[in-house]
Design a protein around this ligand. Structure first.
Ligand code: FAD
Length: 496
């Protein structure tokens, strides 16, 4: 309703947003969460909430005519991408020149679509990235809290060693070992207990049924099941899905926002004005930065810091595909949840072994490499188009490609294998033109103070991946969660 006032508004419902909503709710603060995507609770005609990767439909992507999965095809098969109806699907690819950024759309944000890998960063690297954050406190309090709240678990090693579904990962380990590289198992928020029951036929298949990227119907402890369910359970938090915040202005005592509510088909239902005392931006690196940049450039919040938009990076993401020898197949049964990574301490690469859940033998090994690329992009705002732009060039990805290629060249040399050029489109073996880990745009201690309070604007906060300056060395959501926990604890103690 127009003119409604709530004590706190949280924009978005990913990791930073969900943490803030829960802790505000527990503190007794009436909180409204506005999320542009839908609530993924009602099953479609097939009885499932999400579609799988092999049969994508309108649920797969955010208002597209065709799916845009990162793996375009394998051999002559167009395995992945299909025409679909335009709808409020769960995965978006926001396209900038030279960089496509994948993000989740829905109540739960990236937790709905991601691979669930829950990795605490190397402490020395964390200290470099966040020199002003008390690392002792992070590693003794906030990382453990995040791991517990997200229900992070580890794959039982005997099962990993025996199951057909991780043959692809064990093969990549063997090939890396021949080149002298070690591997490490990565924790996850997907329940391995559930995955083992899937294999035994005692639970419905999700990870073992080619589900990830467009959502998991079972097994994954996503934010809607954890933080957000608990937040609503406090009785103080309401979540409004299909509400996109487009504008933030100041009032005498707080902030006013404009939100556009749509149907799942994209029809505008209402444009609402809401006011609040405390405003938490948790719309992700792209979403929170866009709101701040637009507010600064249009004069709504003219005194926002110059650094808004700076410090963006794709966490050094590069994907690569190799071809295996015919006598060393990957296996046609592949769990969609990655659990193993090759480590290259010299080049500072972790190459996560990604599945190719095609249901047939492809002889392809796929890697998501996280590299420590120092290059940063920056967001700008185009007032004529009312659009966020990203200044990032393919040349800036070159150090990431070089590092990943250095590692995988050695793996190929040790095994007499080659790259695959038919996987990403454009005839390239390394995909440096998209990322899963957008970070930065409202960097901690630059745009905000040391706890996410936006400089110059009391009671306005950034809670999400926008705070992280471009690179973490590992998958980001545990860090985003832990940092949000740390920040909201201080904000609740001092500001509310
Ligand atoms: P997000 O989770 O991106 O949430 C932001 C939310 O805000 C979204 O729901 C969005 O719809 C909403 N929003 C945006 N703008 C607005 C607006 N104006 N109004 C209202 N709502 C808005 N990370 C890992 O750590 N491990 C992994 O295994 C992993 N795998 C990944 C796989 C894929 C395919 C993808 C896409 C990402 C993966 N990630 C992974 C990255 C991880 O999901 C993100 O880093 C994380 O979700 C970012 O959290 P966040 O709080 O910054 O925002």
């Amino acid at each position: 309703a127009a003119g409604t006032h709530v004590p706190a508004i949280v924009v978005g419902s990913g990791y930073g947003a969900a943490v803030s909503a829960l802790r505000l709710g527990q503190a007794g603060v009436g909180t409204l969460v506005l999320e542009m995507g839908r609530a993924w609770t009602t099953p479609g005609p097939d009885g499932k909430v999400f579609c799988d990767m092999l049969n994508p439909d309108r649920r797969s992507m955010w208002f597209r005519d065709r799916t845009e999965a990162p793996v375009d095809g394998v051999l002559f098969l167009d395995l992945a991408n299909r025409p679909i109806r335009r709808w409020a699907g769960v995965l978006d690819r926001v396209q900038f020149p030279g960089m496509g950024v994948y993000v989740g759309r829905g109540v739960g944000g990236g937790s709905l679509v991601n691979g669930g890998m829950a990795v605490v960063p190397d402490r020395a690297y964390f200290e470099q990235v966040f020199p002003t954050v008390d690392a002792d406190e992070m590693y003794s309090t906030w990382f453990p809290l995040a791991n517990r709240a997200l229900r992070v678990n580890s794959i039982p090693e005997p099962w990993f060693e025996g199951t057909d579904h991780y043959r692809y990962a064990r093969l990549s380990r063997t090939l890396a070992g021949r080149a002298g590289y070690g591997t490490r198992l990565l924790p996850n928020v997907y329940s391995f207990e559930h995955m083992m029951r899937e294999e035994r036929g005692e639970a419905p298949k999700s990870a073992l049924g080619t589900e990830v990227l467009y959502g998991n119907n079972h097994g994954k402890f996503s934010l809607d099941k954890g933080y957000l369910a608990q937040a609503v359970g406090t009785g103080n938090v309401t979540i409004a899905p299909l509400h996109r915040v487009t504008r933030v202005t100041r009032t005498a005592t707080g902030y006013a926002i404009t939100a556009r509510q749509i149907t799942e088909d994209g029809t505008l239902v209402a444009e609402k004005q809401l006011t609040c005392d405390h405003l938490f931006l948790g719309a992700g690196s792209l979403g929170s930065t866009e709101l701040l940049l637009r507010a600064r450039e249009t004069g709504d919040l003219p005194d926002l810091p110059d650094e808004v938009g700076e410090g963006w990076g794709p966490n050094g993401n590069v994907m690569a595909a190799r071809n295996n020898n015919l006598h060393e197949p990957t296996g046609f049964k592949q769990s969609a949840i990655p659990v193993l990574a090759i480590t290259d301490p010299v080049r500072d690469v972790i190459a996560e072994i990604a599945p190719v859940p095609a249901g047939i033998e492809t002889y392809v090994s796929l890697y998501l490499a996280i590299t420590r690329n120092p290059n940063r992009g920056r967001f700008t705002y185009d007032p004529a188009a009312d659009r966020l732009d990203l200044q990032w060039t393919r040349a800036q990805a070159a150090p990431s490609v070089a590092a990943a290629k250095g590692l995988l060249d050695e793996v190929n040399a040790a095994n007499g294998t080659t790259y695959r050029y038919d996987v990403f489109g454009g005839g390239k073996a390394f995909a440096d033109d998209f990322c899963y880990h957008p970070l930065g745009g409202a960097v901690l201690d630059r745009v905000t103070d040391g706890h996410g309070r936006v400089r110059g604007y009391p009671n306005l906060y950034v809670t999400d991946g926008a705070l992280v300056p471009g690179s973490l060395g590992v998958n980001p959501f545990v860090t985003i969660t832990a940092l949000a926990e740390r920040n909201i604890a201080r904000v609740l103690a001092d500001d509310l």
